[in-house]
Design a protein around this ligand. Sequence first.
Ligand code: NAP
Length: 314
Amino acid sequence: MEGVEKVVIIGSGPAGLTAGIYCARAGLEPVLYMGSKFGGQLMVTSEVENFPGYKDPVLGPDLMEQMRAQAERVGARLIQDDVTEVDFRSYPFVVKTTSEERRALSVIVASGANPRRLGFPSEMRLMGKGVSNCAVCDGFFFRGKKLAVVGGGDTAMEEATYLSKLASRVTVIHRRESLRASHSLQKEALSDPKIDFLFDTVVTEVLGERKVEGIRVKNVKTGEEKTLSLDGLFVAIGYDPNTQLFKGQLDLDNNGYLLVKNETETNVKGVFAAGDVRDFRYRQAVTAAADGCKAALDVERFLKEPRQLSLLQA
Ligand code: NAP
């Protein structure tokens, strides 16, 4: 069908780029919108030691650059532009960006999720230099060290419990006097002898020039401020999945993540989801990449169905 793409991919993290690699190698000539900033969360990660295939640690941005170059080499058409609107009610689907509009027989949404930030400059300056959003990714670098985890939800309890196996001490800092986390996760963290809690407390600054050396905290009830010396700060105050664009067209759960069945299928046939935009459980580069692969294989299968096949041959 003239002027209609076989597949458009939205997102350029590990999920989107892996989908791009698989779709390109299957001859689907994918168009991949990278967003105005390419690479996703790994662009603010320093050393990655758990992505298979790299014997030595690789820097997050270098890993993403390799994936981008690989996708391009096998024929994915990468476009640095933000998708601003989609229409999944008409078919072929419509995807609009700041500068163009394309129609597509299938779409893979791999727009990711953004970790929430505390929101002061020293947090971003020391991101990847002691400030992290992922215990599984970075905990290994902090064996025997003193750490803090910010947050009172399930993620914070899981991060603290995971880190306590590696660190010498973990302090959970929560802005209220009671935790939001589920009873079982709370219980596990509260009974862990290596975890202590600072309630009614917020972090006001991360200290250190080239790496984290401590934090400033403030008790929100008494106003008392103090400095804690630390080696790492894990910010676990939730994620915002990038699903604003899809509201009203794709089914979302209560936290805004895309709902899927059979791993990749959204409620709109022909629209698939991959990576952190639908997965709040694993959130790893390797699981996002695996998701991208699955979505691409599902697109291939979808395009072989009679309706799509006849459109492709038209
Ligand atoms: P969450 O439930 O939204 O919790 C975020 C926590 O961070 C809350 O305690 C919140 O405080 C605090 N917070 C938010 N903004 C803050 C700020 N600016 N400064 C300081 N603290 C701040 O997020 P989540 O823990 O990532 O969980 C998200 C969803 O995934 C939940 O539905 C959760 O149940 C689910 N999840 C499940 C599992 C599991 O079942 N194993 C694991 C992880 C996540 P307040 O409490 O004061 O609002």
